[in-house]
Design a binder for this molecule. Structure first.
Ligand SMILES: [Zn+2]
Length: 343
């Protein structure tokens, strides 16, 4: 059975960019453009008697600001935006948080870890790439030309984000927020982002998933040079299993990319199974010692071009670190490169 046939997509057409579309009582789907190969993000507008809640903001571009201004001018029925919640720290989600907070006089609501990590990462913009990061990519087997391109692009994260608010309100796992006149439970997932907020409304049976559960693409799970020994794949797999327990199988999932869908449990299982398969392939490949970059063809179907190189190294390292932590891979180093061999 293909992925699509295991899931159901109740709304066949995505809304036009900047045109809110009702998907549940008081819940609207708003799509904004992204200047990447992943060309859109889904944001959510929730209406109650007093005003509107925005969940996620889009990236900091003039185009997105213009679309937001149109929404503010024509879709709010004379009511203010009174809450802004951001699911996680990636620029397509948090990019305009500062601008929306300024526009409406709001306090940004976000997880503590992602707010702090966002501030730290933004402070890298304008600085040269640190030696620790260069060593990390050299150890992975990245060549000199690719390293030069990495150095040039270093600090790009902050360029997609409007100046962040200097204070925020912390949302955390097990907490609650009120949106669209109902209580929503906060569920934190890990692995894609440090502390990713998801929002589940039992009354509406709707789950705002962010990037924690996507219908057709699998979220990037990466080890980054700032924390080279992290094990995000374990966190991700644990989160998938946790979500299967905490949200019902018939919930309507509102993901940040792709179409809204039913089939949450099947999709979570598919994601778990996909990573398990990759781990098996990787152990087979490492019967002969391999570097990180030697493993791309075993994990990714498409060729790895420079624009996705750090994501590919990060995701490969996530699978490697998971197996190293389980004592299934052993490590040796040679001339700055690290080699992995199946135990
Ligand atoms: Zn993300």
């Amino acid at each position: 059975m293909t992925e699509k046939s295991a899931l159901q997509f109740p709304i066949s057409e995505a809304p036009d960019m900047g045109q809110p579309l009702a998907v549940a009582d008081g819940v609207y789907w708003l799509r904004m453009p992204l200047p990447f190969s992943l060309n859109h993000i889904n944001l959510w507008l929730l209406e109650d008697e007093a005003g509107w809640t925005i969940v996620d903001t889009g990236i900091n571009t003039q185009t997105c600001k213009k679309l937001w201004q149109q929404v503010f001018d024509t879709h709010l029925k004379g009511k203010p935006v009174h809450q802004l919640i951001v699911t996680h720290l990636h620029p397509d989600h948090v990019g305009l948080a500062g601008w929306i907070c300024e526009t409406w006089g709001l306090t940004l609501q976000m997880s503590r870890t992602d707010y702090m990590a966002c501030r730290v990462l933004m402070s890298d913009t304008g600085k040269p790439a640190p030696q620790a990061a260069i060593d990390f990519y050299k150890a992975a087997g990245v060549n000199d030309e690719q390293l030069e391109s990495y150095k040039k692009k270093f600090g790009g994260y902050g360029k997609g984000i409007y100046a962040m608010p200097n204070s925020f309100m912390r949302l955390e796992d097990g907490g609650q927020v009120t949106m669209a006149g109902h209580t929503w439970e906060i569920i934190v997932g890990k692995g894609h982002a440090p502390e990713h907020l998801c929002l589940y409304c039992p009354v509406l049976n709707v789950f705002i998933a962010g990037d924690q559960l996507l219908p057709t693409i699998s979220s990037n799970i990466s080890v980054w040079p700032t924390e080279p020994y992290s094990d995000p794949l374990k966190e991700w797999l644990d989160s998938c299993a946790m979500l299967q327990q905490r949200i019902p199988g018939d919930v309507l999932v509102l993901p940040s990319h792709g179409q809204v869908f039913f089939g949450a449990h099947q999709r979570l299982q598919r994601l778990i199974d996909g990573h398990e398969k990759s781990l098996v392939k990787l152990l087979e490949a490492c019967l002969v010692p391999q570097r990180n970059v030697d493993l791309f063809s075993h994990l990714f179907r498409r060729p790895i071009t420079d624009d996705v190189l750090t994501l590919a190294v990060g995701e490969t390292q996530a699978h490697i670190n998971y197996l190293v932590a389980k004592n299934k891979l052993k490590i040796s180093s040679n001339n700055g490169a690290i080699w992995y061999q199946t135990v």
